[in-house]
Design a protein around this ligand. Structure first.
Ligand code: BYC
Length: 482
């Protein structure tokens, strides 16, 4: 079959030849009703009968892989799509470097590989659960459609991981695939696996911050897994990254539009002091210091997703050839790192300082460092908008020691500049750094739906261009049951 084209004839669109693989086809068809039940129970609240202008992958050819059309979400064609196989691909790093990439699960690494796939898979439905109530307060039909696009694609990413479990891991893979539908974000007894995926996404500013910061962890982790010597995982992640780019676009432009509206409103009202919060809020926009606090919150929660700075799990996964570094294929070293070191920011004698550490153990830290560089790029764009309006304010990412629950700094308290604080100081100053109850109440009050085509809530600017080049008054969602 032509790998670039997707077979849409069966229940499960795919480019992996499911038609010739009856065992896996049956397993996925058996899993399908449970998935639809999960989507109806935990997917977007309301809007299931609405027609949403969604993109669906019809090919894995980067030049033209998606088509746009109106779809009811439960009828979205969730499929299994792998990027094309590279003939003769070798394992690019670790102890097996240079050997043929694995097309089957290497027995000795089975458990480690399954764990990585399950953790990746678990985050996908988790984010849909976290965002399920946002539809009813969408600031425009354009944003509503983007939310649902992100949601259906996270659903597809779950399918991507479930395919790997069903195809390559037999009975225990099937059990894990079932369990992915059973856990629930924030549930007391059966929570999702990673911390940030059990937090709330209470409002649309959080949604934009989440898609900017947390989906970017997704990008980094997928990039690292796309390097994997286990070829089906690599190919799956390569295609997921194509979709992931839109999610980060939604986040980056979402925050930009919030910042822009705030700056415009301040300028119109002649307010020059960004810290005159009360006056700014009266304009029906979100003040810049509160936007900073939201960024502090989502950035710090996302840093926890990189795991401990020093990690034998990460060292083992790299050594085995299962999970590489960010863009491993572009790095110029021996790709084995046995004798190498990497500077890790640690807490030594009560001070935060760099310490050279075996590079293999420091791989989580390295990925996190790459993430911080990447995350700063969009922040620069937000600041450009503020500067263009002549407002003396700069959004900054907080220090990596700030508000951490995993790793080196979980046991201490620090301010956004990395100065250590006592518990009492932290409690006293917490509201300076993170959204307070009154900040949350203010934002909640702004979250009124705007479902008229071409209209936007008071606190957000329209986008520069429409999705699929549609005009400004395009009806992205034909609401049936809001
Ligand atoms: N919360 O050795 P360590 C995405 C556990 S996002 C709770 O440092 P490791 C997306 C850890 O599991 C990307 N527990 O761990 C974004 C371990 O437990 P066990 C998702 C945590 O393995 C938006 C123990 O602590 N993909 O795609 O080096 C929307 C020791 O820790 C946490 C992946 O993450 C935490 N934050 O690093 C939708 C890729 N951190 O096993 C989707 C796959 C650590 O001792 N996952 N622990 O019981 C991995 O590569 C790694 O598992 C981690 C953790 C990077 C997450």
């Amino acid at each position: 079959m032509n790998i670039a084209q997707v077979d849409y004839d069966g229940l499960i669109p795919n480019n992996v030849g499911l038609g010739q693989d009856p065992r896996v086809k049956r397993a996925l068809e058996k899993w399908h009703p449970g998935y639809i039940d999960w989507w109806k129970e935990m997917g977007p609240e309301g809007f299931q009968e609405s027609l949403v202008y969604l993109r669906t992958a019809v090919s894995v050819d980067p030049k033209g892989w998606a088509k746009f059309d109106y779809v009811r979400m439960p009828e979205y064609r969730w499929g299994v799509l792998l990027a094309p196989q590279h003939e003769g691909r070798k394992i690019p790093f670790g102890v097996h470097k240079g050997e043929d990439a694995w097309q089957e699960v290497p027995g000795e690494y089975r458990a480690m590989l399954r764990r990585l796939i399950v953790i990746q898979g678990d985050t996908e439905p988790a984010s849909v659960e976290q965002q399920r109530h946002l539809g009813k307060t969408a600031p425009s039909l354009y944003d509503l459609r983007n939310l649902f696009q992100v949601n259906v694609e996270e659903g597809r990413h779950l399918w991507a991981m479930v395919y790997l479990l069903q195809k390559y891991f037999g009975a225990d893979g099937r059990e894990e695939a079932e369990a992915l539908l059973q856990r629930r974000s924030g549930h007391a007894d059966t929570p999702r696996m990673l911390g940030a995926f059990n937090e709330k996404t209470p409002d649309w500013l959080s949604f934009f911050m989440f898609t900017y910061f947390t989906d970017r962890d997704g990008k980094m982790q997928l990039e690292a897994l796309a390097q994997s010597g286990f070829d089906p995982l690599s190919r799956t992640c390569r295609f997921m990254l194509t979709e992931e780019a839109h999610h980060m676009f939604v986040g980056e432009t979402g925050v930009t539009r919030v910042v822009q509206r705030t700056c415009e409103a301040m300028k119109e009202a002649g307010i020059t002091d960004p810290n005159n919060i009360e006056a700014v809020r009266k304009l029906g926009v979100i003040d810049l210091p509160t936007i900073q606090k939201k960024a502090n919150m989502h950035f710090s929660l996302t840093l926890d997703l990189f795991g401990n700075e020093i990690s034998t799990n990460a060292a083992n996964a790299f050594h085995a050839g299962l999970k590489g570094r960010y863009r491993e294929d572009r790095l110029k070293d021996d790709h084995q790192l046995e004798g190498a070191t990497y500077p890790v920011l640690r807490l030594i004698d009560g001070k935060i300082q760099n310490a050279d550490t075996p590079a293999l153990s420091a791989l989580n830290m390295r990925l996190r460092d790459d993430y911080v560089v990447d995350a700063n790029i969009g922040v620069g764009r937000w600041n450009k908008v503020i500067a263009e309006h002549g407002i003396p304010f700069e959004i900054k990412l907080p220090h990596v020691a700030f508000h951490r629950h995993i790793g080196e700094f979980a046991s201490i308290k620090a301010d956004v500049n990395g100065n250590l604080l006592s518990e009492a100081e932290w409690e006293k100053r917490r509201g300076e750094f993170l959204p307070s109850d009154s900040d949350r109440e203010f934002i909640e009050g702004l979250m009124q739906p705007q479902f008229e085509p071409a209209k936007f809530a008071s606190w957000i600017a329209p986008p520069r261009v429409g999705i699929d080049n549609k005009p400004g008054d395009f009806e992205y969602v034909k609401i049936a049951d809001a």
